[in-house]
Design a protein around this ligand. Structure first.
Ligand SMILES: *[C@@H]1O[C@H](CO)[C@@H](O)[C@H](O)[C@H]1NC(C)=O
Ligand SMILES: *[C@@H]1O[C@H](CO)[C@@H](O)[C@H](O)[C@H]1NC(C)=O
Ligand SMILES: *[C@@H]1O[C@H](CO)[C@@H](O)[C@H](O)[C@H]1NC(C)=O
Ligand SMILES: *[C@@H]1O[C@H](CO)[C@@H](O)[C@H](O)[C@H]1NC(C)=O
Ligand SMILES: *[C@@H]1O[C@H](CO)[C@@H](O)[C@H](O)[C@H]1NC(C)=O
Ligand SMILES: *[C@@H]1O[C@H](CO)[C@@H](O)[C@H](O)[C@H]1NC(C)=O
Ligand SMILES: *[C@@H]1O[C@H](CO)[C@@H](O)[C@H](O)[C@H]1NC(C)=O
Ligand SMILES: *[C@@H]1O[C@H](CO)[C@@H](O)[C@H](O)[C@H]1NC(C)=O
Ligand SMILES: *[C@@H]1O[C@H](CO)[C@@H](O)[C@H](O)[C@H]1NC(C)=O
Ligand SMILES: *[C@@H]1O[C@H](CO)[C@@H](O)[C@H](O)[C@H]1NC(C)=O
Ligand SMILES: *[C@@H]1O[C@H](CO)[C@@H](O)[C@H](O)[C@H]1NC(C)=O
Ligand SMILES: *[C@@H]1O[C@H](CO)[C@@H](O)[C@H](O)[C@H]1NC(C)=O
Length: 527
């Protein structure tokens, strides 16, 4: 009995630690859940996105079930997937795009891709191929957002698949964790098929290299039965294959796929001897950059792996890498796998937390606002459509533009948004008293509450505020002629409203009140 209990406990713990590692595969535009040939479980996207429309690619073009559907976005500056409650740590996020002529226009669009408020890539989709972008980074928050943003008129962003894979905290630590790594190439030399999950538990995609004239494919005898202790965890499957140069004294040119414009890059090479060498065999070589020695000579170990990396190099298309044999080497140089990343700009911490909090309470109160997710302000200029932001590394929300948004109900407390200069809430169905905190927002210059159902009276904090442009017209239940309500006015029916007082009070607030409204008040009060 006790033993059984113990087993249960252990199992529970194991399950917990596994499920804490995110391994999420979203089939965009689909509502189904299914397992693919790689044993990856895909899920529909309903719970991760609140905007856009689902579409199917032309069936004759279909590459795989995941690529059959997509979600397209025809409105808003940006549209985001939000994946909440992810254990904070290092993750790999991959977004895949397959146009498949879903709209019958044979016109694959170009648009921007973003994550967590950072610019990620310009996505150039293709009529015939799928394209994917992958970023590896250490999360700043416990959620992940991936957004697409329209950049060209008439070219609507879409997305076909979104994958998030948790990595170990000790992986890819050779680059400062404040910088994202954008994948350029991840090569499985000598392999004849892409290697991914389940061979790579982190589901990195290791792509076979196109063989060139100077390369020979070799298969490894290694079993890797003892496992590997390498920090970046190359899967044994990629070390089972390699390419070598043709003759012992020839070098191996590597195709790096560096960007055209010089950029900081991070390169990882993985080298594992493919056979147990005899006493008179020797494989020793060095990495050369631009035909000059760039590493010590080394001999890759059998049943183990040497990882060489360079983490702070500025490279471009003109930067070359090659493996050059030592003059005493009896075997040609060899390589099993390679990863090449561009190091991005420092990750943003996102919009100021006080604003994020205030916007969250607005979204909680008004369902129509819940379709907006991702970072509110970043990356500039792709803010949410109904706010304006200041510039700078930690932007503030300076304007709320919620006129004619169909908001109904009571205004929630968003007093933490203390950088607001403009609040436009006109032509909604907002009810209840005008909240007192609005008058305490230090930067507030314009407050338009026209054409709502506000009642009670105007708080003293607002009526006494210097230089405030206040508009309250078209609120039939609002008593503009009342003495400004004190801070804690509760009973609104007895708000000390004297209907006999002069309507001229309204002007004291500095409000721009069209004259016909003034007449309306006069007329009402005369009745
Ligand atoms: C691919 O490689 C595997 C193992 O290396 C081999 O068994 C298979 O025949 C190869 N397939 C092709 C098409 O070359
Ligand atoms: C691989 O080499 C490293 C470094 O020499 C060593 O610490 C590790 O034990 C080796 N692993 C195996 C499985 O032999
Ligand atoms: C490489 O070795 C071959 C013989 O194996 C020889 O013919 C050739 O000249 C050598 N090339 C160089 C560049 O040393
Ligand atoms: C190859 O030769 C070099 C130099 O003699 C030596 O340091 C190295 O250990 C040898 N490698 C192997 C695998 O025997
Ligand atoms: C390196 O050497 C090769 C062949 O010897 C040559 O074609 C190439 O231009 C050289 N590259 C650089 C950067 O010097
Ligand atoms: C990269 O190298 C430059 C100098 O070569 C140095 O100033 C910079 O701090 C390094 N950056 C990182 C992230 O190591
Ligand atoms: C690469 O080399 C070409 C030809 O030499 C040159 O025109 C180009 O400016 C170089 N690009 C960079 C980024 O250095
Ligand atoms: C090998 O190269 C080293 C220096 O790189 C040189 O001193 C040595 O003479 C060379 N040996 C042969 C056999 O060419
Ligand atoms: C983000 O916040 C961290 C600590 O909270 C700070 O060290 C870092 O400089 C900030 N980064 C930016 C870009 O503001
Ligand atoms: C918000 O920004 C847009 C674009 O820059 C501008 O046209 C608009 O006037 C701004 N609105 C407010 C309320 O500041
Ligand atoms: C008021 O808002 C509604 C949507 O809530 C809109 O249909 C209507 O046109 C707006 N009226 C004015 C005058 O802007
Ligand atoms: C104001 O409106 C709220 C909600 O609609 C209501 O509960 C309250 O009694 C009203 N107060 C006055 C003075 O009409």
């Amino acid at each position: 009995m006790a033993a059984h209990l113990l087993t249960c406990l252990l199992l529970a713990l194991c399950t917990l630690s596994v499920s804490a590692e995110v391994f999420l595969s979203i089939d965009c535009g689909s509502s189904d859940s299914y397992k693919d040939d790689n044993l990856i479980v895909w899920t529909g996207d309903d719970e991760y996105v609140q905007s856009g429309e689902s579409r199917s690619v032309q069936s004759s073009n279909s590459i795989s079930r995941v690529m059959d559907t997509l979600r397209v976005f025809t409105a808003r500056k940006k549209n985001c997937y939000n994946i909440g409650s992810v254990r904070q740590g290092r993750v790999l996020v991959r977004a895949t795009f397959y146009y498949g002529n879903y709209d019958g226009k044979s016109s694959p669009p170009t648009f921007d891709l973003q994550f967590d408020g950072n610019h990620w890539a310009t996505v150039e989709t293709s009529s015939t191929e799928y394209v994917y972008h992958e970023v590896t980074y250490v999360m700043k928050k416990d959620s992940i957002s991936v957004c697409v943003a329209q950049t060209n008129p008439g070219e609507f962003p879409f997305i076909s698949a979104l994958e998030v894979r948790g990595l170990e905290t000790y992986m890819y630590v050779n680059v400062d964790e404040n910088y994202p790594l954008f994948l350029r190439r991840r090569v499985a030399f000598g392999s004849n098929a892409t290697i991914r999950f389940p061979d790579d538990p982190y589901d990195r995609l290791w792509i076979p290299e196109v063989m060139s004239a100077g390369m020979v494919r070799v298969r490894s005898d290694a079993l890797f039965s003892k496992g590997l202790t390498l920090a970046d965890q190359p899967p044994p499957a990629v070390l089972k294959n390699a390419v070598t140069a043709v003759t012992p004294n020839s070098s191996l040119q590597l195709s790096m796929g560096f960007p055209v414009v010089p950029a900081p890059v991070y390169v990882n090479g993985y080298f594992s001897e493919v056979t147990l060498l005899g006493p008179n065999q020797n494989r020793t070589y060095s990495v050369y950059k631009d035909n000059r020695s760039y590493s010590e000579p080394f001999s890759p170990p059998f049943e183990n792996c040497t990882e060489l990396y360079t983490s702070n190099l500025t490279a471009s298309v003109n930067t070359t890498f090659s493996l050059v044999p030592a003059n005493f080497s009896t075997l040609p140089p060899l390589i099993n796998a390679m990863e090449i990343f561009v190091i991005g700009d420092a990750l943003t911490n996102g919009t100021n937390n006080r604003d994020v909090k205030g916007l969250a309470s607005l979204q909680k109160a008004f369902g129509v606002l819940q379709g907006w997710s991702g970072d509110p302000c970043l990356p500039a200029p792709y803010s949410w459509d109904w706010i304006n932001c200041s510039t700078g590394p930690v932007p503030r929300v300076t304007a709320l533009s919620l006129g004619s948004f169909g908001l109904s109900g009571i205004l929630p407390d968003f007093s933490s948004m203390d950088a607001l200069q403009t609040i436009d809430l006109h032509n909604n169905s907002l009810q209840g008293p005008i909240p007192d905190f609005l008058g305490t927002l230090p930067q507030l210059k314009t407050l338009n509450l026209a054409n709502n159902q506000f009642n009670g009276s105007i708080p003293a904090s607002l009526s006494n505020k210097n230089g405030l442009n206040l508009v309250v017209t078209g609120n039939p239940n609002l008593c503009t002629s009342c003495p400004a309500s004190p801070k804690k006015s509760t009973d609104s029916s007895s708000a000390g409203c004297s209907k006999k007082e002069s309507n001229v009070l309204a002007i004291m607030f500095g409000a721009i009140i069209p004259s016909f409204i003034m007449l309306q008040y006069l007329w009402e009060n005369l009745l």
